[in-house]
Design a protein around this ligand. Structure first.
Ligand code: ME8
Length: 664
């Protein structure tokens, strides 16, 4: 079967964040299960580059829009590689293959009278790049739930697309195809919206030079949605490319709830007007919110740096956490503490531990050689039935875009596996030679169960089978079938007795959050500065290499000359005031006295100190560190602290010395 799945094409106006990653990871998991089922899958993602936002950002940085997007697009592509995203294509709307299709469509729709020239007078929201009819404004402001900003009155010559003409046809389509918009709650919202009346859509701008020119009227560029949405067919080589013939109509467009309206109103109408079949489904998932309940977004800057999270926890854990934490049809909450909790309880304790126990027992009791089962009893029957049931449940949930439900189903089997080990107590069987047959059967069952779990986990955590292939010395390692075929989860006795296995390292070694944070902080506020500055630039610069251990355990750095050290101006300063920096649980803003001068320093010690604990204390400041902006606050220096195994102590003086005194 052919299966075509897409993510939105993201605006490359800043580096990708954890919310953007969610849609792409969900699409990837759906792609992987389909591929494992033997389907031909085409998975498309990409970037939406022709927007006014990009021009503004590029101007602010003093570079050309193209140079600007090229750098950011590279960071998207890097993130997708690091997250093991197996997309087949990456469309950029600056590519000529896309321009050509948009221009051809424009000309056709214009020739048939569905696009016409007029004048736009209306309320315009610049950040959302959307004209809003008066009736849709909320208290005179942009009605986007996520925006709510002021709108301005604009008059401009513009081409319009006759959305209104297709209103009834669209409603009929929604009625005849109840699955077109998922989940149902969003379908109902959209039907109400359409019934409220569609107005024709402005599809060109004269105020821009960056973008796709309107053929024959080059002072106009094609405007946002008519350009962006067409990526789903331009990437396939519409109208006559072989991929288009094979894959269109799309099986599912995965989008966030913020853009479901564009995908279920404008997009189907463009397609209807062009006599192109409609996609089968548009799924609008919820948002990831931060712990204060605000949407994680580029503009809010409440973004956890995804590269840093991958470095700390690995791609599989990030994928697992995001998929598990987004309840179907609702919003999910993202927090690093919760991520680590899930990591330790679900991945280290439940999942990883089952593999460690199984392989360690085969090493201990059978010299690392998988024994042959002596019989088939109730447990084996139960496992076979549960494996098949679990595979079906995962498939059903995941392919209806419910990653959390699919992982719940998988964890039922993980729970069974651990209970089976506890109940059959191989360590007790091993003490009695008469029970050898029972022991070998139990261990074989555990090994098979580990294999089955490896197959079922593969769409969510593609790194798991890769690690398992290192632990199982399979005579047929080259056989792509073992972890690559979904059907194998329902089969029994796939691991040959006699196969050598190794306990190896745990799949998911437990993580101590304090240690992770201490290491991050141990890199100095400098690491925060780099992250913060890169967010401001909208770029993710390479993170400094992690120190492997906390500073006390790590090797001493290379020697420096006394002159090098003399460059560092260390001073005693008195903390005059301290407060938490909003929207981060890491940073404190300190006002310090340095001689007669008062300075502001942002320090990553908020997890270790209450602000009031610091007021009045004499601490050590790196006074000549280049100022850097953290969360919009200019930090003039760095407070010294020592850290070890998760604890952190700010260096301070026992005996008072005047603020400004030098430290040598
Ligand atoms: O809207 N939680 O691009 P965009 C979950 N270029 N998903 C999130 C999220 C969050 N906090 N934040 C973003 C655009 N997303 C247009 C799309 S398509 C033809 C054009 C995801 O960079 C979610 O999928 O603003 C959302 O729809 C998308 O990123 C918006 O990305």
């Amino acid at each position: 079967m052919n299966y075509y799945i897409s993510t939105p094409i993201y605006y490359p106006n800043a580096s990708p964040h954890i919310g953007t990653a969610y849609t792409t990871i969900l699409a990837d998991a759906m792609t992987r299960i389909r591929r494992m089922k033997g389907d031909h899958v085409h998975f498309l993602t990409g970037t939406d580059e022709n927007s006014q936002k990009i021009v503004r950002m590029a101007e602010a940085k003093g570079v050309s829009p193209q140079a600007y997007v090229d750098r950011i697009v590279a960071s998207f592509q890097k993130l997708w590689r690091e997250l093991d995203i197996a997309n087949d294509d990456f469309i950029r709307t600056t590519e000529s293959r896309h321009h050509r299709v948009v221009q051809d469509l424009f000309v056709r729709l214009q020739a048939q009278g569905d696009i016409y020239k007029s004048e736009y007078k209306g309320w315009y929201c610049t950040p959302c790049e959307t004209f809003w009819p008066e009736s849709k404004l909320v208290d005179g402001r942009c009605p986007n739930e996520d925006c709510g900003r002021e709108v301005t009155w604009l008059t401009e010559e513009s081409y319009f697309f006759r959305l209104s003409k297709y209103q009834e046809r669209l409603l009929r389509h929604l009625e005849d195809n109840p699955d077109f918009i998922q989940p149902v709650s969003r379908r109902n919202e959209m039907i109400k919206f359409i019934e409220g009346g569609l107005e024709d859509l402005s599809v060109s701008r004269t105020s821009l030079s960056w973008g796709i020119k309107v053929p024959g009227d080059e002072k106009h560029v094609v405007y946002v949605w008519l350009d962006a949405l067409v990526n789903y067919i331009s990437a396939l080589g519409y109208p006559d490319g072989p991929l288009y013939a094979q894959y269109w109509p799309a099986d599912v467009h995965l989008v966030g709830k913020d853009i479901i309206r564009f995908h279920t109103v404008i997009w189907p109408i463009i397609l209807m007007a062009a006599s192109v079949p409609l996609p089968k489904k548009v799924f609008g998932h919820g948002w990831f919110l931060d712990r204060e309940g605000a949407k994680i977004s580029k503009s809010r800057g409440n973004v956890a740096d995804t590269f840093e999270l991958i470095r700390c926890y690995g791609a599989d854990a990030i994928r697992y956490y995001l998929l598990r934490e987004m309840p179907p049809g609702q919003d999910g909450t993202f927090g690093e503490e919760a991520l680590v909790e899930r990591f330790n309880s679900d991945l280290a304790n439940d999942f990883g531990n089952f593999f460690s126990r199984t392989l360690a027992m085969v090493e201990r009791y059978c010299e690392g050689i998988v024994p042959a089962p002596r019989f088939e009893g109730e447990a084996q029957e139960a496992l076979r039935a549960l494996a098949a049931e679990t595979a079906d449940a995962i498939e059903e949930k995941l392919l209806s875009c419910d990653g959390a439900g699919a992982l719940d189903a998988l964890w039922q089997l993980v729970g069974w596996a651990n209970r089976y080990v506890d109940a059959s107590a191989p360590w007790a069987l091993a003490r009695d030679p008469e029970q050898r047959g029972e022991l070998e059967t139990v261990l074989y069952t555990c090994v098979e169960c580990a294999r089955i779990l490896g197959v079922l986990a593969a769409p969510f955590m593609p790194g798991v089978p890769v690690k398992l292939l290192r632990l199982f010395e399979l005579p047929d390692v080259g056989d792509p079938g073992l972890f690559d075929s979904w059907e194998n989860a329902k089969k029994w006795r796939q691991i040959r007795p006699g196969t050598r296995v190794h306990k190896g390292d745990p799949l998911f070694p437990r993580i101590d959050l304090d240690q992770v944070l201490a290491e991050r902080e141990g890199q100095g506020n400098g690491a925060d500065v780099i992250r913060e500055q890169s967010q401001e630039l909208g770029l993710t610069q390479p993170q400094p290499e992690a120190q492997e251990n906390s500073p006390a355990q790590s090797a001493i750095n290379p020697e420096i000359d006394i002159e090098d050290f003399a460059k560092v101006d260390l001073r005693v300063v008195k903390v005059l005031a301290a407060e938490r920096v909003p929207k981060t649980d890491k940073l404190l803003k300190l006002s310090v006295q340095l001689g007669d001068e008062e300075r502001v320093v942002v320090s990553g010690i908020a997890r270790h100190y209450e602000p009031e604990d610091l007021v009045g204390r004499l601490v050590i400041l790196v006074a000549n560190l280049k100022p850097a902006k953290l969360r919009g606050i200019v930090s003039q220096g760095m407070i010294l602290a020592a850290s070890h195994e998760g604890s952190l102590e700010v260096l301070s003086l026992d005996q008072p010395l005047p603020p400004g005194a030098q430290v040598k």
